[in-house]
Design a protein around this ligand. Sequence first.
Ligand code: ZN
Length: 126
Amino acid sequence: MAARLLLRTSVRAVTACRLAPVASFTRGMAAGGVPTDEEQATGLEKDIMRAWKKGNDPYSIFKPKEYAGSKQDPHIVPSVTHQRMVGCVCEEDNTAVVWFWLHAGDAQRCPSCGAHYQLVAHELPH
Ligand SMILES: [Zn+2]
């Protein structure tokens, strides 16, 4: 909002004074207005934006999906190795976390509540 107000004010000032516009000002306006975030992004930020458009989440930024935890719909645990330590808060109000190792292969059950967890291979984006 403040940027638009500043832009309008500067446009009015330039047109009222009939001065030659500044070079950087004309570049943004020549392209049709203020550049978008995608047009300004470079490097890693640009790679992340491309991945989001494809529906990918290479850096686990999105909220994880929710699973039922049953044998047919186990909690999916991504891992770059063949095992991973998993903490299960068995019930919503529990203050203790049950920790156990999850190994590659079939789904495993939490030793306390019996919820199913499945380890899946995950490759790092770089
Ligand atoms: Zn549990």
